[in-house]
Design a protein around this ligand. Structure first.
Ligand code: NCD
Ligand code: ZN
Ligand code: ZN
Length: 451
């Protein structure tokens, strides 16, 4: 990008985790140069190439979102999604940074494969992509992937590597998971753990023919406890993916509480929840078909679980909101493939469900969807609307009502659990490194969109 181009965003409600105020922002060279409170004189802009975007009304300017968990399906499953379609979906959803999972074909189990994907993403120039590396070769759970070959410090050797994960599966062997956690600790990055398998009680319940809702809860609770114990022993950083049960929430809260009380933590524990687990319940799953369109791992749970997740978001037990964007074809969904497409609805769903009755402020939501996940990745240059931070921002209309129509998604995955739902809050523009990469100002009424 040319250094002489700039962007002036005037008279917006500026919201990040530290502020909620009226003002204007000047971006140049891909970086936020200045933030002006309302009423302060704006600079005279002498750049030949600059654009002014006018705020007002219910428009807010916020940091672009950071997603700790998405499945881009590239390489290997172009019928579900590609790097290109997923990146377009990400920017339409307000994302500037995305971690993508390793269950591709082939599996992302070597730095060379991940580097190739990162390179393609950089050439596209839509989002900052951070591919994870799988913990084991081919995600078969038998032998560690190439992680032991990596040399630190990673910010010098492989700056794109910020997280390890076998998401989609649990690593069954304690020994292998323990070694992976130790490797991650050596490299200074977290291991994101999927947590949905194991435990004698769950096996018993399965054998007794109990429904999936019943035993999958026991499995999640057991698996969460297990990875926390292994992380404690390995003294590493474990990040719990898609937390969904109230018991798992209680456990995470207890462990974090004990760490705080003791004043020193031998290991780091962070956790994410997905927009669908925060906003929907098993009722939606049943209405959609629990074995088909409503199927997701972990399953949508009860209203009591959902309330526990919201409490956990409010009190900081849950550190971040991550989409677990999992696009599938209609055929795969009808055959029971678990997962929901989520990049294009995550913000609106959370804005609508969580930011109301003043329980969660827009500023807290920004923290959960931008600054906090950025911290988990060790990315200190984004997630704020402040000078020197990256020019990764989004413009949202906080009050806009719109109906979710998966037919209009950029994602190839149309498997949305909120199809037909009317949401409040809409991403209208996404700015990536100072460039407008998504814009729907011209089509304020999405029902009339043609794209
Ligand atoms: C994910 C997928 O389809 O890759 N599915 C899902 O139901 N969440 C895998 C995963 O996140 O565990
Ligand atoms: Zn998972
Ligand atoms: Zn996932």
């Amino acid at each position: 990008m040319s250094l002489s181009s700039g962007l002036l965003l005037r008279d917006f409600r500026l919201v990040d985790e530290t502020m909620d105020m009226l003002g204007s922002v000047w971006i140049e060279g891909g970086i936020i140069r200045d933030v002006f409170p309302q009423g302060a004189p704006l600079p005279e802009i002498r750049l030949p190439m600059h654009r002014t975007i006018q705020g007002g009304g219910s428009l807010a300017l916020m940091p672009a979102l950071v997603d700790l968990h998405a499945h881009f399906r590239d390489p290997g499953y172009p019928e579900k999604e590609t790097l290109e379609s997923a990146s377009l979906a990400a920017v339409a959803g307000g994302y500037g940074t995305v971690v993508c999972m390793a269950n591709t074909k082939p599996v992302m189990d070597s730095p060379a494969k991940a580097r190739a994907l990162k390179k393609r993403a950089d050439a596209l120039g839509l989002v900052d992509l951070y591919p994870v590396l799988a913990l084991t070769q081919g995600m078969e759970g038998k032998a560690l992937s190439d992680i032991p070959l990596l040399k630190g410090p990673l910010h010098e050797t492989e700056p794109w590597l910020r997280m390890l994960s076998e998401d989609g599966k649990d690593v069954v062997s304690d020994e292998i998971l323990y070694r992976a956690l130790q490797e991650a600790r050596r490299l200074g990055i977290p291991v994101s753990c999927h947590c949905d398998a194991g435990g004698p009680e769950a096996e018993e319940a399965k054998a007794a023919g109990k429904p999936r809702e019943f035993w999958s809860r026991i499995e999640e609770n057991h698996a969460t406890q297990r990875v926390i114990e292994l992380a404690r022993q390995a003294q590493g950083h474990v990040h719990i993916a898609h937390v969904s049960t109230r018991e798992a929430v209680d456990l995470i809260r207890k462990v974090k509480g004990a760490q705080q009380e003791s004043g020193h933590a031998v290991f780091t524990l962070t956790a994410e929840a997905s927009p669908h687990h925060l906003c929907l319940t098993e009722e939606t799953a049943h209405a959609l078909g629990a074995a088909t369109w409503g199927r997701v791992n972990p399953p949508l749970r009860t209203e009591a679980d959902r309330r526990a997740l919201i409490e956990a978001v409010l009190d900081g037990t849950i550190d971040a909101i991550a989409t677990d964007h999992a696009p599938h074809t209609e055929r795969d969904k009808l055959q029971g493939a678990p997962g929901f497409t989520g990049l294009e609805t995550g913000f609106a769903l959370c804005r609508m469900e969580l930011v109301r009755q003043d329980r969660l402020s827009l500023s807290r939501l920004s923290s959960l969807m931008s600054a906090s996940p950025a911290r988990i990745l060790g990315l200190t240059d984004r997630g704020r609307v402040a000078p020197t931070f990256r020019g990764d921002l989004m413009v949202v209309d906080t009050e806009a009502l719109w109906r979710v129509n998966p037919g209009r998604f950029r994602s190839r995955g149309k498997n949305s659990p909120c199809s037909g739902l009317t949401c409040r809050g809409r991403v209208l523009m996404t700015i990536y490194q100072g460039r407008v990469v998504f814009e729907s100002f011209l089509n304020p009424d999405p029902e009339k969109e043609t794209g």
